[in-house]
Design a protein around this ligand. Structure first.
Ligand SMILES: [Zn+2]
Ligand SMILES: [Zn+2]
Length: 296
């Protein structure tokens, strides 16, 4: 993990930037000038990725013609729309009589159940009684010819192969979440997460935890913080989520970004400000407008 120091939030640097007022939440310059009562260093983790996954179901069907083939290759790109394909893994050598045919080459109509007509209730006005009454009438089915339809499985031939067909759906699943440390209890969390969704942060993190070298215990890698900014449980949760998406994916693109931020509480006003750096290195800040009235 290489940390870009130019992206570590720094109050002193922030004060020197006029940019700090550019947030959609206005912070008056003098708020940052006030004495800081408490400064806490947190680090959020943004997980963003695309995962191509294949779902499939299979069944044995009767079919007129089929060829055994290898499963189709997954798409080369992360498709926006699910790609559906099918292939046959087994096809019987011999043909047998089609079980869908009622008479050779013809199947029973599924619309009318083989009756050739449909029954409908209609309301009719009777002038004799000057009232409406309900009558049952038969109308032509329209989907068949006398209750029979062309038999699709055997293509009207009355003989079929038995084949194992696999229906495949290749679909891109998208992960885009910001994990904030569990200990960070500010009500600004939701708004901060929205802002953090735009950032690539200070460092890119690995999906697998760094393992402490057993031979050199003192060199054990600690993954509690990013340059002193605490992950809390955010990194662990982000990794768990990423692993869930990674499972069974055919191909993926995944990034975990460390996004350090400061939680500043100011003297007297007790107002909380979150301060972080955008990817261009300038600071951005978030506060509750009018959460408490400055008393000075
Ligand atoms: Zn048939
Ligand atoms: Zn019919």
């Amino acid at each position: 993990m290489s940390i870009d120091p130019g992206r570590i939030p720094d109050l002193a640097v922030a004060k020197s930037e006029i940019d700090v007022n550019r947030s959609r939440f206005f912070i008056s310059g003098d708020l940052l000038e006030r004495r800081v009562l408490e400064e806490r260093k947190w680090c959020a983790v943004r997980a963003v990725g695309r995962f191509l996954k294949r779902e499939q179901r299979q069944e044995v069907i009767e079919i007129d013609k089929a060829k055994v083939s290898a499963p189709p290759k997954p798409p080369q790109v992360f498709t926006e729309i699910p790609v559906e394909q099918r292939y046959f893994s087994q096809v019987s050598a011999d043909k047998r009589e089609c079980s869908h045919c009622v008479v050779p080459g013809r199947a029973l109509c599924s619309t009318c159940g083989g009756q050739g007509f449909l029954t409908q209730q209609v309301n009719r006005y009777s002038s004799a009684t000057d009232s409406m009454r309900t009558e049952t009438v038969q109308i032509d089915c329209g989907s068949c010819n006398g209750g029979y339809t062309f038999c699709v499985p055997c293509a009207g031939t009355n003989s079929v192969h038995q084949a194992r067909v696999h229906y495949i759906t290749d679909e891109t699943h998208v992960l885009d979440r910001v994990f904030i440390p569990g200990g960070f209890g500010s009500s600004l969390a939701i708004d901060f997460m929205e802002h953090a969704k735009e950032l690539e942060g200070t460092a890119e993190l690995t999906i697998e935890p760094k393992r402490a070298g057993s031979a050199y215990r003192d060199q054990a890698f600690r993954e509690e913080d990013c340059a002193g900014f605490q992950y809390g449980d955010a990194l662990k949760r982000a990794r768990a989520d990423a692993r869930f998406f990674l499972k069974d994916s055919l191909k993926h693109e995944l990034h975990l970004y460390a996004i350090p931020f400061l939680e500043l509480t100011f003297h007297r006003s007790k107002e909380t400000v979150l301060l972080w750096r955008k990817d261009d290195g300038t600071h951005e800040a978030l506060t509750h407008e009018g959460l408490s009235t400055p008393q000075s």
